[in-house]
Design a binder for this molecule. Structure first.
Ligand code: NAP
Ligand code: GCO
Length: 264
């Protein structure tokens, strides 16, 4: 049973994994035996990430690369193949959010979110798939969202991108399933990371942020998730245990999508 979840001998690229969800997923892969490669936008963040992996006893390799830049991504994938090995597991984790009411959002801001959260997973997946095919298979995990299913005020671009990412996931599964590539998504609920810090910051008077209380009331588990809550599902989707799971979005949300919400 244990062997089914082993990632021994596998190389995993987790994008934007200096901290937050990406770091937790990469750490879980390393504990399951994988070699870890990650990237971030700036050397400063890569260095912080390298120090964090080192402190956790994980021998990771980190590179500077903007996932929206196709040339940089292609060069990164070539470099990883030469220096570490063919990428067996890709996690499209890098992402941004802009919380702006739609009528106040510029088209440029909308495009930027789509670029990082939807176009980039296409660019990185496209770069790794040919070698996965040559090698006889691979695993791609796209980090989706509650917003792959639900809308809310201020996140039009993010919801459009994460909804699109769900369908890109299904399409990669459809197009390359016969090449033994499994492409699945993880849809995290509300997870405590720097991305959601503004939604949890205490008010000036020290009281809880109303969104903080809202999410706890909306979540049957009655708490925010942690990046580590996503580790088991990610190892499952990266390992042989999920070899006949394809095009699936695994929501890891403490039950949010099942629940109408606590009555006032
Ligand atoms: P985070 O704390 O903001 O971390 C995101 C990471 O992505 C950062 O390392 C960031 O780099 C990197 N990144 C952003 N743009 C990039 C680019 N163009 N090229 C390379 N790296 C880039 O976010 P998180 O909360 O860990 O979220 C990780 C993923 O999970 C995202 O896709 C997010 O949408 C998704 N997600 C989050 C939650 C949640 O509740 N937190 C829930 C569902 C889904 P810098 O260090 O340079 O900023
Ligand atoms: C927001 C949040 C969310 C989460 C996450 C939910 O403003 O509503 O940032 O979008 O980050 O993606 O699954």
């Amino acid at each position: 049973m244990t062997n089914l979840f082993s990632l021994e001998g596998k190389t995993a690229l987790v994008t934007g994994a200096s901290y937050g969800i990406g770091f937790a997923l990469a750490s879980a892969f390393a504990n399951a035996g994988a070699k870890i490669v990650f990237n971030d936008l700036k050397q400063e963040f890569v260095d912080k990430g390298l120090a964090a992996y080192k402190a956790a006893g994980i021998p990771a390799k980190g590179y500077v690369c903007d996932v929206t830049n196709e040339e940089e991504v292609n060069a990164l994938v070539k470099k990883i193949e030469a220096e570490v090995g063919v990428i067996d597991i890709l996690v499209n984790n890098a992402g941004i959010i802009k919380r702006i009411p739609m009528v106040e959002m510029s088209a440029a801001e909308f495009r930027q979110v789509i670029d990082v959260d939807l176009n980039a997973p296409f660019i990185v997946a496209k770069a790794v798939i040919p070698s996965m095919i040559k090698k006889g298979g691979g695993k791609i995990i796209n980090i989706c969202s509650m917003m792959s299913e639900l809308g809310r005020e201020t996140v039009s671009a993010y919801a459009a991108a994460k909804g699109g990412l769900k369908m890109l996931t299904r399409n990669i599964a459809s197009e390359y399933g016969a090449c033994n590539i499994q492409c699945n998504g993880i849809g995290p609920g509300y997870i405590a990371t720097p991305q959601t810090a503004p939604l949890r910051a205490p008010q000036a008077d020290g009281s809880k942020h109303p969104f903080d209380s809202f999410i706890i009331a909306k979540t049957p588990a009655a708490r925010w998730g942690t990046p580590e809550d996503l580790a088991g599902p990610a190892v499952f989707l990266a390992s042989a245990a999920s070899d006949f799971v394809n095009g699936h979005i695994l929501y890891v949300d403490g039950g949010i999508l099942a629940y109408i919400g606590k009555q006032p």
